[in-house]
Every structure is written in C-alpha cells, then in structure tokens.
Design a protein around this ligand. Structure first.
Ligand code: ATP
Ligand code: MG
Length: 230
C-alpha cells in the first residue's frame, strides 16, 4: 500500500530532511510517525501526497510511483488519498455540507450521490446536525471531525494525518483517535498519523515509526510504551 525504498530528501537550500528512509505499510494498517521537531515527519507526508519529490529513492503509494508523477498528474493521484492537517483547513465561506460536497464535485460525482455520501460521512463523524453551520460556528474538535469527514468522503484507500490533534485538548484528541480507529475498521482505510502526543501513542497502541534527524531509528510493531526521550 505504501512503500518507501532508500528515500532521501534534500531541500533546495541544502537541508537534508530525510536520509535512506525504508518502510512499508500494508493495506488496513494504522501507523504512527513520531519524532522530535525537525526530524522529517512532515517532509515524509509531503513525499507521500506528492507535494514534494524525493531527491533519491522510490516512494510508492497504492501502486503509483509518486516521485515520477508529472505536476498535472498530482491532483488525480490525490484522489486515492485523504489528507488531514493540524489546522483543519476548512473553507471559511462554505457550510459544513458545502465543504464536504465540494471535495466530491471536483471529482465529478453526481449531485444525488454527493448528497448521500455527505450524509454518510457526517453520520460517521456524528455531526449530522451541523450540516448548515459555517466552520467558525464549530469548536476546534468539531472542525477537525468535519475535515476528517471531507478527507474520507471519496473513500480513499489511504488517510494521512499530520498532527490532527495538535490544536486540541486531551479529551477532544481522544475523540479524534476513536473516530480514526472507527474509520480504519469500518472502511479498512490505511492510516498514517504524525503526532507529537505521546500520551495518545501510549494509550492507543499501534505500530509506531520513530524518526530522528531524517532517519528511522525505531519501528515498534505493537507500539509499546514510548518514552519521552525517544
Ligand atoms: N520547504 C523547505 N525548505 C527547506 N527546508 C525545509 C523545508 N521544509 C522543511 N525543511 C527542513 O527539513 C527538516 C525537516 O522538517 P519537517 O517539517 O519535515 O520536520 P517535522 O518532523 O515535521 O517537524 P515538526 O515536528 O516541527 O513539524 C527541518 O530541518 C526543516 O527545517
Ligand atoms: Mg511537521
């Protein structure tokens, strides 16, 4: 489902963000990526979603060699993956319904199917009653649940989340984790989640990949307790 082979990323200014990264993720896995600030977590996500190209090595997602895509092929490739960010990134002038529907309109889904699909994902995130609300009328946790609903509306095979709980308090973060676990089980979506939140990592144990200075320094199959110095 996801394969990184000898992946290196050097940015134009000479910063080496990733060196010789190797890992693979099977369909249906739920994997955390943790590591100190600047260790290359977001860079890895950007290579997976086609925002950046690897300097060397192979990045393959859903059988597609992402590093070899042409710029204009990237939007089509992205239909295979859902992405969620720390800062939610909802469109402020659109309602909850319109935010989710828009993601489906751009892939030419028909109106009746869009309506059905939006209702379904709003049900998954338990926010049906907020359909006509605007993002600023929602709490941070609710906004993130809508962003997740939008990310899964197209039933992507892979969901990538870069610090999805970074702006939320522990209670809300737990809710988001429960929601991601539900999505992982219900749809078999492969989930890759970058996080700083070791409390969460230690509570909801899963395979945990640890990055440091652009290297993978540990890959803990069942999570296990991650110390704060890791
Ligand atoms: N566009 C860029 N141009 C140059 N250097 C960059 C760029 N983006 C990131 N870097 C550098 O690459 C390294 C890895 O950054 P990255 O954003 O991947 O870290 P991170 O693990 O996500 O950190 P954080 O936990 O703070 O989000 C850092 O040294 C960073 O300064
Ligand atoms: Mg980051």
């Amino acid at each position: 489902m996801i394969e990184c082979e000898h992946v290196y990323k050097q940015y134009k200014n000479g910063t080496n963000a990733l060196y010789d990264v190797n890992f693979s993720v099977k369909q249906g896995e739920f994997v955390y990526i943790i590591g100190p600030t600047g260790s290359g977590k977001s860079t890895l996500i950007k290579l997976l979603d086609g925002e950046e190209l690897p300097t060397k090595g192979n990045v393959e997602v859903v059988g597609i060699n992402v590093g070899e895509l042409k710029r204009k092929q990237v939007p089509i490739y992205r239909r295979n993956i859902g992405v969620v960010f720390q800062d939610f990134r909802l469109l402020p002038t659109k309602t909850v319904y319109e935010n989710i529907a828009y993601a489906l309109e751009v892939i030419n889904m028909k109106k009746p199917q869009i309506k059905k699909r939006v209702d379904e994902v709003l049900d998954v995130v338990s926010l049906k009653e907020k359909k006509t609300s605007f993002p600023h009328e929602l709490s941070g946790g609710q906004q993130q649940r809508i962003a997740i609903a939008r990310a899964i509306a197209n039933r992507p095979k892979v969901l990538i989340a870069d610090e999805p709980t970074g702006n939320l308090d522990p209670g809300k973060s737990d809710q988001i984790m429960n929601l991601l676990e539900r999505i992982n089980k219900r749809y078999g979506t492969t989930i890759l989640m970058v996080t700083h939140d070791l409390t969460l990592v230690n509570k909801h144990r899963k395979r945990t990949v640890v990055l440091e200075h652009g290297h993978i320094v540990a890959d803990l199959a069942q999570g296990g307790y991650v110390r704060h110095d890791q």
